[in-house]
Design a binder for this molecule. Sequence first.
Ligand SMILES: [Zn+2]
Length: 451
Amino acid sequence: MLRELIRIPSVNPPSIESPDGETRVARHIAGRLEELGLDPEVIESVPGRGSVHARLRGDGTGGDPLLLLSHLDVVPAPPDRWSHDPFAADIADGYVYGRGAVDMKGMVALEMGVVARLVAEARAAGRDPASDPIPGLRRDVLFTCTADEEAGAFAGAMWIAQDRPDWLRAAGALNECGGVSTTVAGRRLYPIGVAEKGYGAYRISVRGTWGHGSMPREDNAAVLAARVIERLAVQGPLRVTPVMARFLVSAADAFPDDVGAGLRRIAAGDPESDRLIEALCDPMHARTLRALLRDTLSPDVVHAGVKYNVIPGDAVVEVDCRVLPGTTEEQMRADIEARLGPDLGPACTVELMVFASPVEAPAEGDLYDVMADTLRDHDPEGVPLPVMVPFATDAKHTAVLGVPTYGFSPLRLDPEERFLDRFHGVDERVSLDALRFGLPVLYDVVRRFCG
Ligand SMILES: [Zn+2]
């Protein structure tokens, strides 16, 4: 199933060569669901931007549905540095290679596997899976795959939340970015995503004075923009949110005393935390952890200049800010303005491009406990623990409907696998063993929560 999905490139943004990849993959999934005897729906927010949905029925005595949420689009994959064609879905050394293997067609395939098994059980009991309750299910199971997650969800989850909220309304949702094992100091952790940072993108227009490059000016807008960038690139102070404190303390319990003591110091907000993170974590985990303990700023776009001998009078800097729960848009903007200060501030106009609030789901209670217990049952040495993720997913849009949404796409990885580096990266891949582990975990979570 995963190989079929990878081979339909559903690149976002769509291109002239491939304007309708999301709809083609949505229709492919719908075809598979129809073969199972279900009654799926495909909708397009705009032509080519398809999403797909199906509902499995419970007997209605167990409360609101469980939502299996995923997205169909993938980011572009320039093939030059890949060792396999990103859309061929080759299998090599026990891995499926291809764009979307981890983000997130692998999870779509697992969800399809769960749906297929539930359908088979309905048939074995002589029921019609399209209309009858699945034996043993007390809640409905919603299967929803969206378009456009990778570019803000305007043509996907955001639109669905407004136009077809019945596709998303649920007691809880399982989504990407969590439940994936990460091996640290010999311990296998399973961070379950319970929170996401918010984001704000700002455009800073810098005004200088146009002039002749033969006579340099201090108010060259490119030079001013360089100073702006330097000030924006300094990371802000540490702030340990409740979810991250719980993450660090839970992780500390799993490690030997010296590592555990360091993690507890970070959890307590030790001013030496950045140095401790450096000492305790490999570079990939350190970069992630640093970002989860502060509001971050990353100046990612700069435009200035028209010709080598013309001093630019205008420059533009765009900065990607990621905010912790508790930081408002007004506070983020105030931080930027404070960084510009009285010297650069008057030359700058700060304009908000887009903002989305952080989201949080309970890190305890029915669904969280089912996920954690099921992981422990399938991997007794594994340590499930709640975590925040630094980026945004469709959970921003289920949050609007009040649906607690968890990062839970269970995979047990080889300890050496650089999973976080595979996201949007070169040679994106997922191992067959990881998928074989994930399928029964996901099935059991659905059964337990809905049973
Ligand atoms: Zn994704």
